[in-house]
Design a protein around this ligand. Structure first.
Ligand code: AMP
Ligand code: MG
Length: 478
């Protein structure tokens, strides 16, 4: 199997060569065969013995040219120049049968020059959460990094309590973050910044090279893809939790999972990150924060793009986001045609869910039933009068559609998931895995691969959380 090392070879002075520090008694706990086949990896890649040897042995094929990348980042609004891959390594780049190169990155690989006081490790709990989230988002059609495999171990790792170390091979187009550009700009290393631009344009935005100003074209693309990603987060009720600029990918994919959550009850100001005391990264703040982050990234472009052009590029964010969000919400409501007051109706629906603290996912699935009666609908709410008034307006609006109820219901069930990754489901799977049993985790992953299907035999996985699983406080430590 051939791995490329273009970042390591071409941007040698923007990274540090590091080899993997082996984990004690590693085991291949999960392997994503679906992803492996999409990538065109040979079957032999999933063989435990050879995979572990290639990762952890000094002479292992995946352990030849690992690098830790240098970057900085705005964390909760404050600039931090001292970041970089502190526990992850870029092992190499693999080109799939379509000619698309993918980074193979090992998270939890041990210390690097950017570890600061950290141990370079990731715990089993957090690697499982990342594996689950990325696969769940992917199945919903939300752009994200992917998880190829998870390696468990007996390595003691100390967080709030003693836990076990684990590692994850993460796959994505590249690991270049907003913080890469920010770092070389703010540290005034303009030669390195330019090398990074040159590399990124050539390898990841080659189509921009044919534009009058390739840098501007690249910025526009990042603005567009970020807006598209956030529109999907908002439509599916995904809360990232730590939208620091070092966790923002230039490819507009969901990246670096921490204390994320999918909304259970619809609470627009929901804060999933226990340490986010100000609510900077609350669910309804995400669209604004992404723009703030794009602004921070855009500083790095000022050597190549006029301020007015930058403003114009950033100005496209809001309209792109609004259009894409409206498109998704129309689909979720079962509207094929567009009418002026659609978003007013959507917002009134969301107000209804918020006032009654209804489950976001289940409510859309209820609306997707072809035989839903007014009585059933009104009974679902405490605030019956408001519910009835809204339902009448909704029926008037549906009357403008040409699709029949059954067909509409089918369409709506393809965009309104029945199964989402609720934090309590993840926690049950983690608890079992920590006891050495990965069956529940495998089962949950299988269910989440088909979020829109009925899967009657897994009805319990579509339920709202039990008392203990509501508004869970997810630890930031990972
Ligand atoms: P994160 O919170 O995972 O996005 O990480 C923020 C920064 O801290 C990045 O530079 C990470 O590489 C680094 N970091 C997080 N956890 C560790 C750890 N256990 N050891 C070393 N560095 C870490
Ligand atoms: Mg991070």
């Amino acid at each position: 199997m051939f791995f490329d090392h273009s970042y390591a070879n071409q941007l040698t002075d923007l990274a540090s060569a590091v080899s993997v520090t082996p984990l004690a008694s590693p085991k291949l706990a999960l392997f994503n065969h679906e992803l492996a086949s999409e990538l065109g990896l040979p079957d032999s890649f999933s063989q435990e013995k050879s995979l572990l040897a290639s990762l952890f042995e000094q002479s292992g094929t995946l352990n030849q040219q690992g690098i830790a990348q240098k970057y900085g980042g705005h964390q909760f609004g404050g600039w931090n120049p001292d970041l970089g891959d502190g526990r992850g390594l870029l092992l190499g780049e693999f080109t799939d049968p379509h000619g698309q190169p993918w980074d193979f990155h090992l998270k939890g690989a041990g210390q690097t020059p950017y570890s600061r006081f950290g141990d370079g490790r990731a715990v089993l709990r957090s690697t499982i959460r990342e594996y689950l989230a990325s696969e769940a988002l992917h199945s919903l059609g939300i752009p994200t990094s992917r998880a190829l495999c998870l390696i468990s171990s007996n390595e003691p790792v100390y967080r709030e309590k003693q836990e076990k170390g684990a590692a994850l091979i993460r796959i994505c187009q590249s690991h270049i973050r907003f913080g890469h550009f920010e770092y070389f700009y703010h540290s005034k290393q303009h030669d390195k910044l330019n090398k990074l631009f040159e590399y990124t344009l050539k390898h990841h935005f080659a189509e921009c090279l044919y534009e009058n100003n390739p840098h501007l074209a690249m910025l526009e693309k990042i603005v567009e893809s970020t807006a598209g990603m956030v529109a999907k987060w908002q439509a599916f009720g995904f809360c990232h939790g730590v939208m620091n600029t070092d966790n923002m990918s230039i490819h507009g994919i969901t990246f670096d999972f921490g204390p994320y959550a999918f909304l259970d009850t619809y609470e627009p100001g929901y804060i999933c990150n226990h340490s986010d005391h100000q609510g900077r990264y609350a669910f309804d703040q995400q669209p604004g924060v992404a723009l703030w982050n794009l602004n921070a990234l855009a500083h790095g472009f000022t050597l190549h793009v006029e301020i007015e052009q930058i403003k114009e590029a950033l100005g496209k964010y809001e309209i792109t986001l609004r259009n894409q969000y409206a498109h998704l919400m129309r689909q979720k409501m079962g509207f094929n045609c567009e009418h002026d007051n659609d978003m007013l109706l959507v917002n009134q629906w969301l107000d209804l869910l918020a006032a009654d603290k209804r489950d976001y996912t289940q409510s859309f699935r209820l609306l997707s039933q072809s035989d839903l009666t007014q009585t059933q609908f009104v009974d679902y709410f405490v605030n019956r009068e408001q519910a009835q008034a809204w339902f009448e307006k909704y029926q008037h609006r549906l009357a403008l559609e040409t699709t029949q109820p059954l067909q509409r219901s089918e369409q709506m069930c393809k965009v309104n998931p029945k199964f989402i990754l609720r934090n309590y489901l993840a926690q049950i799977a983690i608890d079992r895995a920590e006891e050495g049993n990965f069956e529940e985790l495998t089962k949950l992953l299988d269910i989440l691969r088909h979020p829109f299907a009925q899967q009657e035999k897994h009805e319990s996985y579509a339920k709202t959380p039990p008392d203990w699983g509501q508004s869970m406080e997810i630890s930031c430590s990972s």
